[in-house]
Design a protein around this ligand. Structure first.
Ligand SMILES: Nc1ncnc2c1ncn2[C@@H]1O[C@H](COP(=O)(O)OP(=O)(O)OP(=O)(O)O)[C@@H](O)[C@H]1O
Ligand SMILES: [Mg+2]
Length: 306
């Protein structure tokens, strides 16, 4: 992989006696959508505020494109586009005029850049309408176009799907993925709603009470040695269940209609199928239940959500 665009190294944050962020380390790479997940109060916003220099880091370091946010703020921040709370927009100006206004604050933004950003977030058709008439989703998208005006290498969005309906979330997902792939920029998006992040992110980090629980690929199908729920459809469930209980006393076996549900590793499943078929059970199909991000989160946090 290339060099990370964002690197957190053993970051800690204390406010008064409260230890809010504890030894947090992770890297975000160009072109990826990185989910920063955790329940309410886990420390997502605090971390993001440190990344964008809105609050001090107690100890540790945050590098943005190799520049320390605390020692070299100006160089580091140049690489970041962010929406931390709500996007700041002028309701009485059109989408295009809002962007022209914000473009004045950065160097070298051309009319073409503005046009390109409007197209990218799919607001080209309403660019001359007043923002006060925009839906929440449209405002979020305009906020993103605004945050990207100075061509940042990483876009940081704190809970961008908050308040959006399912269609809005889907649109957001589509254009964030498009932005990451087409522009090659990294996107860090925080959320406490895990199910919304599954299709949006390439990788994710989970934090809980200010500590990193795990970082992994979304596509990362569980490791081979992990026991996962499998559904086995057979011709005779009762007989199959008895056979399995005798042969594999440690397995948890449930019956659902004509299906046996077992939590087993890949290896175990192989031997289970052989055992059943050699005992005159017909196995119609075996399906591994897909673990959702939520399942994995609960597994990683032992079911504790906050
Ligand atoms: N200025 C502050 N002073 C004291 N405690 C704070 C301060 N800011 C945040 N905290 C505490 O730090 C913890 C993390 O808060 P933070 O807002 O970062 O969580 P979050 O993950 O963004 O939560 P949410 O999903 O609700 O947005 C919370 O316990 C919060 O009460
Ligand atoms: Mg927050």
């Amino acid at each position: 992989m290339s060099e990370p665009i964002l690197s957190l190294k053993k970051v800690n944050k204390k406010i008064g006696k409260k230890h809010i962020i504890k030894d947090l380390s992770f890297d975000v790479y160009p072109g990826e959508v990185f989910g920063f997940l955790g329940p309410n109060g886990a420390g997502k916003t605090t971390t993001i505020r440190m990344i964008v220099g809105l609050t001090n880091i107690t100890s540790g370091e945050i590098l943005v494109n190799g520049n320390s946010i605390s020692k070299n703020y100006k160089k580091a921040i140049e690489n970041i586009g962010a929406i931390v709370e709500n996007p700041e927009l002028y309701p009485y100006l059109s989408a295009r005029k809002n962007l022209i206004h914000f473009a004045r604050m950065s160097n070298n933004v051309t009319k073409e850049d503005i046009q390109h950003r409007l197209e990218l977030v799919n607001l080209e058709h309403v660019k001359d309408e007043k923002v006060s008439r925009f839906s929440l989703g449209m405002k979020q998208r305009l906020g993103i176009a605004q945050a990207m005006l100075h061509n940042p290498k990483i876009l940081i969005l704190d809970e961008p799907t908050n308040g959006l309906d399912p269609a809005g979330i889907r649109q957001m997902r589509d254009y964030l993925r498009k932005v990451a792939k087409e522009e090659g920029i990294a996107i860090l998006v925080s959320s406490h709603v895990l199910s919304e992040m599954e299709l949006m992110c390439d990788r994710f980090a989970i934090i809980q009470k200010g500590e990193l629980v795990q970082v992994e690929d979304v596509s990362n199908e569980d490791q081979v040695d992990l026991a996962n729920p499998h559904m086995i459809e057979v011709n005779d469930v009762e007989k199959a269940k008895n056979l399995l209980q005798n042969e594999y006393p440690d397995l948890t076996i449930e019956i659902q209609d004509s299906i046996i549900r077992v939590k087993a590793t890949k290896e175990q499943i192989g031997s289970i199928i052989t055992y059943l078929t050699s005992n005159e059970i017909i196995v119609y199909q075996v399906i591994k239940e897909k673990q959702t991000l939520e399942d994995r989160f609960l597994q990683a946090t032992n079911g504790e959500v906050s």
